[in-house]
Design a protein around this ligand. Sequence first.
Ligand SMILES: [Zn+2]
Length: 435
Amino acid sequence: MPRTLHLSSLLIVNEIFFIEDGALLIEGSKIIKVGSRLDFGDLNNYEIVDHGQSLICPGFINLHSHLLYSKFEKENTSDGLFPWLENLLDKIQITDENTFRDSVNRGIEEALSTGTTYIVENTPSVLSIEELLKSPIKSLVGIEVFGSDEEEAESVFNDTMTAIHELPLQKLPLRESTHLELTLSPHAAYDVSSPLWKLLVGWAEKNNKPLLTHLEESPEERFWWQEKKGEGVNFWKKINKLDSKLKYWKSYRSGVDFLDQNNLLSKNMIATHLCQAYRKDITALKENNVSLVHCPRSNYYLSNGLANIALWDELGILWGLGTDSLASNDNLDLIEEVKFTINHQNLYNGYKISDSSAFSAITSKSAKILHKDIGSLKDGYFADFLVYDISGKDSSKLADPYHLLIWEMRNKIDLNKVYINGENVWSNNRRKELC
Ligand SMILES: [Zn+2]
C-alpha cells in the first residue's frame, strides 16, 4: 500500500495541539504518523505531497442536516417553527424525484466545498441515501419516524424495520463500511408515542446505534405539553395529525419531561436544538448521558431562541454543531456556524467560548459523540483532512491557528483541498482559475 507524506507549514492535530512545519503520513485510508517534518528523517523514503504555505486540519463534522431540502429557499422563517413547517410541507408535495436528487447533491457539494467530511442526515427518503452513497462524503443517516397513535406503535415499528431491510444498499457502490451508516430518527418527542419511543430506544440500544431526534426546539412545544395549545395544534389539524395526539395527550413540563417520566432517555440519543429546555431538562439529559447538538443559525432564523451552552458546559455535556437544512439557514458552512455560536453566546448570554473549544465542536467532540476515529489527526484515525492556503499570511498568525482558521479563512477562497480516507475528493478549482 503506498505511503504518502503530506507536508504543511501548520498542522492542527486537535483543539489542544498543533505543529509548525508538520507532516502527516498516510497509508491507504488511515493516518499512521503525525509529527514535525524533521521526525520523518530522509524524505526520499516517501511519496511527498508538499502543500507549501498551508494549514491542514481535521475534516469538519456536521451533526444535524436535512440535505433533501437543500434546494428550498430560506423563507417564512420569522413566524416560528410550525408555520415554517407548513410552508415546507407545501413545497415537498410539489417537488418531484429528480429535483429532490438534485437537492441532495447541491447540499453534498455545498458541505464538501466548505470542509465537511462527515454529515449526520435526517431524512424520510431513500433518495438521500442513494445520493450520499454515490458521493465521497461520509454520513450517518437517520430514517425519520413519525407515529403518535399508541395503538399503531408496533405496526409503525415493524414497517420501519421492513423498510430498512429493503433499502438497496447492496446494489449501490459502497466505498467502505465506514462510508454510510444507517440509523433511525424519531422526529420529535411530540411526534412519536411513548410505546413507539420504547421500541425505537430498545432497537438503538440492542444494535448499538445512535438515535437522532429534535428536542425542545420552539416555545410552541412547551404550550402543547403544558396546555394542549399553540401553533402546533393548528399545524397538526391542517395535516390531519391532531386527533391521535389529542387522544393520548397528557400534561408534561416539556418534551424532555415526557421522555424522562416514561424512561425513554438513553445514552444512544443525539438530541438537537434544546433552545427552549429548562435547567431541569438539561440536567435530566446529562443524567442519562444524552449528547446534544446546537444549530444556532437555524434557531435564530426560526425565532426559536438560543441554547444555554454555558449550562451545557457547566454540566459537562458532550455537544457539537449542526447546520440544519438550507430551508432554515444561509449555507452549510460549519465555520460560519462556529462564528455565529461564539458571537451569539457572548452577545446574548455573556458566555465566552474559546476558538479552540468551538473548533472541537465541529471536530473531536462531535467525533466522540459518534464514536468514530475521525475529527483529530491522530495515528490510526481516518485520513479525513482539509488543506487551507495561508500564503500571504503574516508568520505571527501561526501562533494561534484556531483564530487563523475561524476568523481569517474564507472557505470559498482559502479552502484548497478536501481529503477523505486519504483521497483528494474536492479541490478549489474556482480559486485556481482566479490565480
Ligand atoms: Zn432538523
